[in-house]
Design a protein. Structure first.
Length: 631
């Protein structure tokens, strides 16, 4: 029989690069030195037959095709035996496939169990045996077979399960690996140990039957302990580390391997974040996705990052790459920009309807959530209640060019062409970008760069790369503090008042965000020690339904995670800069309070912006209400 199939016209044995020496993974550790996972290259490597242990070759032949060296591509005895079982069970229970047939199926055919496919497989196997030697066929088989958990071929399998090159595998490891390929899902080395060891014992028993090993050797190997590599955790965080390594050093760093990376991740917090996000999202609606990022606002260390639910099955990292409209979560930056311009938290603004030109003979009329009109509100109240009309008016007063420049200083690239709708968060940002823009508010006006990699060690455990924190002052401490005080109101009486109990126990500030038609729900909140953001929505944007708001959807996930995050941190309030002035005012008028004012509140101001006149509505007195200084 001659080889005539055109599919083999350019066929060759080695279809990918040869396996390099010293083939080991990149190990990832958290900021406390706990093992978090490993990074393997996507590239498949070819292993020549002389680098595959003879014991592994024998073990695979024993359990997959005992007459491999005798038949010419198909095993008539095996087919007859399988046919009997198929007839008894009235289905394709057993295929009787030889190693050559399995190779043909993996390389060229589908897994469909039909007579036609089996005939084609057998025909091609006979032809293959004429073209290649047994050693060549076995070499191809070891490089093509699937070993589970994304590992194709013996090189990836040895590295994934044992962090070794194939030639480094001992006999016990070989026996275990030989049993995997029959059913990688069932005999998963990273799964149930009883099934894995049971399959290994079956391999060894089969080798005894075929007189490949003695019963004594079997018992010795059964009792020999096999240590697997620890399974990777934190899939989205490790995927981000992988992308950062490639970005800095190219794909070659993955192929080389052998490095150890200390990251900024807190593995305990990472696990808490994964649980909080997955449980919080899944109880809301099928198909929803989400992201959570938490970092240290002082150093920029990314303590936890979850880019979606079902992290192992869905690798898209929404935490760093998904751009969505932030809605009202953008408003704190507008208010901070206004404070820099001389506006105050206590100044009163009217939210009566207003219209703006939006094109040829058209106007745009911003509306509040629910279309309510509240009348006069202080800027503190307007931010706490997430008043849309006042936010637009405030942006108009600040000026779009000034705000775009301010946002850029805070780390957000905002497009001016969106106009006044920027006040409602119509430009798209990622969760990580928004979180870093909030960080100066929590950190006295200093913006850190996000840091995920702290140190990289080479093969000899020498420090190869050391990345210190990088920070930049972008905002006055006074503006950061006053904005934070305004955002405290969001959590005590505003759109996230469900977090009041948490905020009182652990002084914190934050802001909700909800986009048009309830497509995106956000919450970004912080203490002096940690800042966390949550986004929930559909990958393909669509309405989440009425009530799908930042306060109702994202804030509970944030709180569940933050309770774990602050549990080991002492409660501390935000430090008040010396440049901030505190005076007692009448919140209804914004003037200095008098003894006759029915409502009084201490308010914070930048120097020179505090009121100097007493409340005209409730009488006048030369002595203002004394204030109690902050501790």
């Amino acid at each position: 029989m001659t080889l005539a199939s055109p599919v083999w016209a350019q066929d060759s044995i080695a279809t990918y690069p040869p396996l390099p020496l010293g083939y080991t993974s990149i190990k990832i550790f958290d900021n406390k030195g706990q093992f978090a996972g490993r990074i393997l290259p996507d590239k498949r490597y070819w292993v020549t037959i002389d680098r595959i242990p003879v014991f592994l070759q024998k073990a695979v032949v024993a359990v997959e095709d005992a007459r491999f060296y005798e038949h010419g591509g198909i095993d008539v005895r095996g087919i007859a035996r399988a046919l009997v079982k198929d007839v008894v069970k009235r289905r394709f229970a057993e295929g009787g496939s030889t190693i050559t047939q399995q190779l043909i199926k993996n390389r060229y055919l589908s897994s469909e169990k039909t007579i036609e496919r089996k005939y084609e497989e057998a025909k091609m196997a006979l032809e293959y045996e004429q073209k290649y030697t047994k050693k060549q066929i076995l070499e191809m088989y070891f490089n093509e077979i699937y070993y589970g958990n994304g590992a194709w071929g013996v090189a990836q399998a040895a590295r994934l399960y044992f962090d070794k090159s194939p030639e480094e595998l001992n006999e016990a490891e070989c026996a275990l690996l030989a049993g995997v390929q029959k059913n990688p899902a069932r005999y998963n080395p990273l799964g149930k140990s009883a099934q894995v060891t049971g399959r290994r014992d079956a391999v060894l028993t089969r080798m005894v039957t075929l007189e490949m090993i003695t019963p004594a050797q079997r018992e010795k190997l059964r009792n020999q302990r096999v240590t697997f590599t620890q399974p990777s955790q934190a899939p989205h965080y490790i995927a981000h580390i992988r992308s950062k390594l490639i970005e800095r050093y190219g794909m070659g760093v993955l192929e080389q391997g052998g490095l150890e990376v200390t990251t900024a991740m807190d593995l305990a917090l990472q696990k808490s974040a994964e649980v909080a996000l997955e449980e919080g999202v899944k109880k809301l609606s099928p198909g929803l996705q989400g992201a959570l990022v938490s970092l240290d606002p002082v150093t920029g260390d990314v303590l936890a990052a979850v880019g979606g639910v079902d992290g192992i099955r869905n690798s898209y990292n929404r935490a760093f790459f998904a751009k969505r409209q932030p809605g009202s979560a953008i408003k704190p930056l507008i208010y901070a920009a206004a404070l820099e311009k001389g506006f105050t938290a206590a100044s009163l603004w009217d939210d009566s309807p207003v219209s703006y030109p939006s094109g040829a003979n058209e106007t745009w009329k911003p509306q509040n959530y629910g279309k309510e009109v509240y009348g006069e509100l202080s800027l503190s109240q307007a931010l706490a209640y997430s008043n849309n009309v006042i936010a637009v008016k405030l942006l108009d007063a600040v000026g779009i060019p000034s705000f775009v420049e301010f946002a850029g200083k805070m780390g957000l690239s905002i497009r001016a062409e969106n106009g006044l709708s920027l006040a409602l968060g119509t430009d798209e940002v990622t969760l990580s970008e928004l979180l870093l823009a909030y960080a100066p508010l929590a950190n006295g006006g200093v913006r850190p760069e996000a840091r995920t990699i702290i140190k990289i060690y080479d093969r000899k455990r020498n420090v190869w790369v050391d990345i210190p924190p990088a920070t930049l002052p972008v905002l006055s401490p006074a503006v950061a503090f006053v904005t934070t005080q305004m955002l405290k109101g969001v959590m005590t009486y505003g759109t996230a008042k469900s977090l009041k109990k948490f905020s009182l126990a652990h002084p914190s500030a934050g802001k909700t965000g909800t986009t048009d038609d309830y497509r995106d729900a956000w919450f970004v909140g912080y203490t002096p020690q940690i800042i966390t953001g949550v986004w929930v929505g559909y990958d393909k944007p669509k309405p989440g339904g009425k009530g799908f708001t930042g306060g109702a959807v994202a804030a509970p996930i944030w709180e569940k995670f933050m309770r774990k995050a602050v549990a080991t941190r002492p409660a501390a309030d935000f430090s008040r800069p010396d440049t901030v002035v505190s005076v007692g005012i009448d919140p209804e008028t914004g003037y200095l309070a008098t003894p006759d004012c029915p409502k009084k509140r201490d308010e914070y101001y930048l120097p020179g912006t505090e009121p100097t006149e007493y409340c005209p509505r409730h009488g006048r007195n030369d002595t203002p209400i004394p204030t109690v200084p902050d501790e």
